[in-house]
Design a protein around this ligand. Structure first.
Ligand code: NMX
Ligand code: MLT
Length: 434
């Protein structure tokens, strides 16, 4: 059986000539135009990045290596008795484009297992922060603290050839990915569970072990697998993936890059929307004294929020123009595992009420829910009530896709990212404003 790194090397060797040909024969072809609205408006929709790991279609949603989410869940091997696939298999698919066999997953799981020991100094860094520090700051600091162990950094210092960049990045990615669930669980038990830590279990898969270290019973192992899977990748332009890619493009290593990724994810318009969404739901529930929600009351609440100048967290998207399939996967899970959960009834009522209200308001280009509108309620149901921890779960998942991208970025030798900025004066001159 071909090992993951051997397979990757073969695929890299096969892919490189495709880029060489595109550059040599078609390098000057125009594929997009940029308007002033796009320059001022956060580069929305400008085709200026390349990633083969996943692609986001506005109507259909995300495809991992060409597979829609429903097929990813169906085709990837699962632990015995589980509904959701091995997280290790998600990494394998994103990295290679192939659906792994059970045996191939076991090899990857073995690789993760032997690298997952977290040095004590990392926990000391977390402990050195005030306990009220946001868990995302703890996560990012913990990641950054391990930078001194970067294989890429040390090999670069020793004069590594460009041809080896991807290999060193691969080593860093596996070393770091294997530790993230351990660090996440540590932060959780440190911050909210009186430092009552639970030892990692070397015989469990990544999702199963995370549930075990969090101290949450089944089916939370499947919740963890589903969560890491659906959050792993969303093509190259989203803020966290882009922040990771940009940092790595300077040949900063995976530690610096995933810390950047984590920092970008910590904003309320991006990953932190899962925390905000749960808080919004709780707020509505409190206002309604925990009653079963009525359409009229929720509608009034949504309008009040909009009229006070706030966004409805968990709704809208920069690219998607329909309900996020990642929302639907989670909704299906709720319908089969927790249909009577009161907070889920609120979520479902928001699904009914918010899109028409946003349409009537006429600002949001996409009135439909994104994945953040559904994720918190599942965590809440299984006892994870500390909503400020939710984005750490997003970060562990997102690191899988970003790492796969970084390895390919270095394999294909993508250069330092450096778009051009222009001044308002220049724009005004361009359009003839005196
Ligand atoms: N509630 C209220 N207003 C909204 C919403 C919303 N959910 N979504 C968009 N708008 C507004 C937006 O603020 C903007 O207003 P203004 O012109 O006053 O600046 C206007 O509609 C146009 O925005 P769009 O072009 O539709 O959205 P954009 O691409 O700029 O931003 C989001 C996309 C996702 C940042 C935006 O929809 C949003 O703020 N949603 C709520 C926060 C959220 O759920 N974020 C998570 C996204 C997924 N993720 O995990 O990253
Ligand atoms: C993501 O998963 O990164 C979000 O849906 C945001 C995006 O794609 O822009």
């Amino acid at each position: 059986m071909e090992r993951l790194k051997e397979k990757l090397k073969r695929k890299i060797d096969e892919h490189r000539p495709r880029l060489t040909r595109l550059l040599k024969e078609h390098g000057n072809k125009v594929i997009d135009e940029v308007t002033i609205a796009q320059v001022i408006g956060g580069m929305r929709g400008v085709k200026s990045l390349i990633s083969d790991v996943s692609y986001l279609d506005p109507e259909e949603g995300i495809r991992f290596r060409g597979y829609p989410l429903s097929e990813v869940i169906e085709l990837l091997p699962k632990p015995e008795g589980a509904e959701m696939p091995f997280v290790e298999g998600v990494f394998y698919l994103l990295l290679t484009g192939d659906i792994p066999t059970q045996a191939e997953i076991e090899l990857v799981a073995g690789e993760f297992n032997k690298r997952k020991f977290v040095p004590k100094y990392v926990f000391d860094v977390i402990r050195a922060l005030p306990k009220e520090t946001h868990p995302m700051t703890m996560m990012s600091s913990a990641i950054l603290s391990m930078q001194k162990d970067s294989v890429f950094y040390h090999r670069y210092e020793a004069g590594m050839s460009k041809q080896e960049y991807w290999d060193a990045t691969y080593e860093d990615a596996l070393n770091l990915l294997s530790k993230l669930p351990e660090i996440g669980a540590f932060i959780y038990r440190y911050k909210y569970k009186n430092e009552d830590f639970i030892e990692s279990d070397p015989y469990l898969d990544m999702g199963g072990n995370f549930a075990h270290m969090m101290g949450i019973a089944k089916p939370y192992d499947d919740v963890a697998r589903m969560h890491f899977l659906i959050h792993s990748d969303h093509e190259g332009g989203n803020a966290s993936a882009h922040a990771g890619h940009l940092t790595n493009s300077t040949l900063s290593d995976v530690y610096y890059s995933l810390s950047s990724m984590t920092n970008a994810l910590a904003g309320p318009l991006h990953g932190l929307a899962n925390q905000e969404s749960l808080r919004f739901l709780q707020h509505v529930k409190d206002e309604l004294n925990g009653a079963v929600p009525s359409e009229e009351l929720i509608k009034k609440f949504v309008w009040d929020t909009l009229n006070s100048g706030q966004v409805i967290p968990g709704f809208g998207h920069a690219v998607l123009r329909k309900t996020d399939p990642r929302y639907s996967v989670q909704r299906d899970f709720c319908l089969s595992h927790m249909p009577d959960d009161l907070l889920f009834k609120y979520v479902d009522m928001l699904y009914k009420v918010v899109p028409p209200v946003l349409q009537e308001q006429g600002k949001a280009k996409n009135p439909w829910p994104n994945l953040d509108a559904q994720s918190g309620v599942i965590q809440w149901h299984y006892g994870l009530k500390e909503s400020d921890f939710y984005t750490v779960l997003f970060a562990i998942g997102r690191a899988i896709g970003v790492s796969a991208n970084l390895i390919w970025d270095r394999a294909l030798g993508y250069p330092i990212e450096r778009p051009k900025s222009i001044t308002t004066d220049t724009l005004e001159k361009m359009v003839g404003i005196e």
